[in-house]
Design a binder for this molecule. Structure first.
Ligand code: DAH
Length: 330
């Protein structure tokens, strides 16, 4: 029995299989129940008895060879299908993930809040739609005060008493109504005023409010705190000074001016930056604190102003236009 030609044909078939399906087909054609090799095994019985062992051995050996050829081809095809169909060009530029950035106003706000946290202040929040009581009355700002004028304040049509808060000072009241002293809070937030937009004004802008209430609080604490934060924010060469001023909810009241190399470059010695003072006894009475027992200070300043100084920006409107070419720079 000459099985060599059959073997060669079978090996050629297996090697020629171009994909797993045709390999399985070739396997069936040779080694399957109806395969040509299987048929050969069956013919063994027809051989003379003395030839059977040698023929059987030979057939088994060839079967083994075919099986290993099958396994090898299967491995090759598996590898082929695992490889990418197209060659990889390692010289192509990578796919960049463009990561977003925080808005410059958010960055400045977070820096300010971080500085105050170091001193034990917690961030607080309050509503942007306020009532006259929290925005004005409770802050000792009487009904005939010009700040309440429709020229300055947006009132909501639907409700005569509802308005858009003109400052974050309203949150002082909301926090004190809910909490007993001691209080140390910082309140960043959006505020609204009827203003025509120009390089330094916008009807919507942002403020940050601070409030500290405890026993025996002094103007010295206020000055030290403000100085620490501004130096962190605008550089260690920053100087501040307090100038007497008037706010209805503080007594005494001050405006804070600051001076830094950047301000001097703008041709000025001092730039006004914030309002502040010692919390007025009437304010404490409104929230049910005994003004004989409790003392405190408060301040408020505009975040845009700080960001403009810090980044040397000369038009406030740039913050709100959302032009990526502007925003990308910070
Ligand atoms: N609310 C004031 C404003 O919008 C800023 C301010 C002044 C806040 C004095 C205060 C303060 O807390 O004590 O101009």
């Amino acid at each position: 029995m000459n099985i060599e030609p059959l073997k060669q044909a079978a090996l050629a078939d297996l090697k020629a299989a171009a994909d797993p399906a045709s390999l399985e087909q070739a396997k069936g054609a040779w080694l399957g129940p109806n395969g040509k090799f299987t048929a050969l095994m069956r013919q063994l019985g027809a051989l003379p008895k003395e030839e059977r062992p040698a023929a059987g051995k030979l057939i088994n050996q060839v079967k083994g060879e075919l099986e290993s050829a099958l396994a090898q081809r299967r491995g090759e095809l598996e590898l082929k299908s695992a490889l990418p169909k197209e060659a990889t060009d390692f010289t192509l530029p990578g796919r960049r993930r463009t990561s977003g950035k925080l808005h410059p106003l958010t960055q400045v706000t977070e820096d300010i809040v971080r500085s105050f946290r170091k001193l034990g202040f917690a961030a607080a929040d309050g509503p942007e739609i306020e009532d006259e009581y929290h925005c004005f009355d409770a802050l000792n700002t009487p009904a005939d005060h010009p700040a309440r004028d429709a020229q300055d304040t947006f009132y909501l049509d639907s409700n005569e008493k509802a308005l858009l808060r003109t400052h974050t000072s309203s949150v002082q009241i909301r926090v004190m109504e809910k909490q007993r002293p001691p209080i140390r809070i910082i309140v960043p937030g959006r505020v609204y005023r009827r203003d025509n937009p120009d390089a330094t004004h916008n009807p919507t802008f942002h403020q940050i409010e601070g409030l500290y209430v405890d026993r025996g609080v002094t103007v010295g604490d206020l000055k030290g705190t403000v100085e620490f934060v501004f130096k962190e924010l605008l550089g260690s060469e920053t100087k501040i000074r307090f100038r007497p001023h008037y706010f209805s909810y503080t007594e005494p009241s001050f405006e804070i001016d600051f001076s830094s190399p950047m301000v001097r470059k703008m041709g000025k010695e001092w730039l006004e930056i914030a309002g502040c003072g010692m919390v007025h006894p009437v304010v404490f009475e409104k929230v049910g604190y005994d003004p004989e027992e409790w003392t405190g200070w408060a301040f408020g300043f505009g975040i845009e102003r700080i960001a403009m100084i810090r980044y040397n920006i000369n038009d406030i409107r740039l913050f709100y236009e959302n032009d990526a070419r502007f925003l990308r720079q910070f």
